[in-house]
Design a protein around this ligand. Structure first.
Ligand SMILES: C[S@@+](CC[C@H](N)C(=O)[O-])C[C@H]1O[C@@H](n2cnc3c(N)ncnc32)[C@H](O)[C@@H]1O
Length: 175
C-alpha cells in the first residue's frame, strides 16, 4: 500500500480487528491525514483503541462500531486507500466472520468512494467456507468494473489453494 498512501491521505480500514492495519494507516497518512476504521465487535474497537494509544500515533483516526457496508453514513469524502482484511478476529470468536452480503456491499461502496489514483487492498481467506465463497463473489463483482477506469489484479499462490490471497483495485483517472 506504500505506493498509494501519502501524507495527508484519507484511508479506510474496513475491518479493524486488532488494529494492526489501522495503526499502519494512521502512521502512514500522518497528522494531516485521516483514517476511518470499522468493526462490528466491541472487542475489536477496544483492542484497536488500546493499540493506537499505546503507540502514541496522531489522533487522526475515527473508530466506528458499525458494519462496513454502512461506510457512506460516516465517510462523506473521497478516499485514497481502503483496506479489507476479511475473516474473523484473530484471538476472538471464529463464528463472527465477515459475511458475503455485507462484504459485497462494502466493496461496492468503497469502489464508489475511491479517488483518482486511489487503491483498495482486499485480503481473502479461502481456508474457511464463507471466506472461499466471499472471495469468489468479490472476484465476480470486481471483474465487472470498467477496464478504462479501474485496474484490478489478483495475487494468489497457485500451489496452496487454502492460503490467503489478495485483490488490488486501482482507480485510474480518465483521460
Ligand atoms: C481478519 S480480522 C481483521 C484484522 C485487522 N485488520 C488487524 O489488523 O488486526 C476481520 C475483522 O472483520 C470484522 N468484521 C466482521 N464483519 C464485519 C462487518 N460487517 N463490518 C466491519 N467489520 C466486520 C470482524 O469482527 C474482525 O474483527
Amino acid at each position: 500500500m506504500r505506493d498509494y498512501v501519502r501524507e495527508g491521505a484519507v484511508a479506510v480500514d474496513f475491518t479493524m480487528g486488532n488494529g494492526h492495519d489501522t495503526l499502519w494507516l494512521s502512521e502512514a497518512v500522518g497528522e494531516k491525514g485521516k483514517v476511518y476504521a470499522f468493526d462490528i465487535q466491541t472487542q475489536a474497537r477496544d483492542n484497536t483503541s488500546a493499540l493506537l494509544e499505546s503507540k502514541g500515533v496522531p489522533k487522526n483516526y475515527t473508530l466506528i462500531l458499525d458494519s462496513h457496508d454502512k461506510v457512506k453514513n460516516y465517510v462523506t469524502e473521497g478516499i485514497d486507500v481502503g483496506v479489507f482484511n476479511f475473516g474473523f478476529l484473530p484471538g476472538g470468536d471464529k463464528n463472527i466472520t465477515t459475511k458475503r452480503e455485507t462484504s459485497l456491499a462494502a466493496v461496492e461502496a468503497a469502489v464508489q468512494l475511491l479517488n483518482d489514483n486511489g487503491a483498495l487492498l482486499i485480503a481473502i481467506y479461502p481456508g474457511h467456507e464463507e471466506g472461499r465463497i466471499e472471495g469468489e463473489l468479490i472476484e465476480e463483482q470486481l471483474s465487472r468494473l470498467d477496464v478504462f477506469g479501474y485496474t484490478v489484479a489478483k495475487f494468489r499462490l497457485v500451489n496452496a489453494s487454502t492460503a490467503p490471497y489478495f485483490f488490488i483495485v486501482e482507480h485510474n483517472p480518465k483521460n
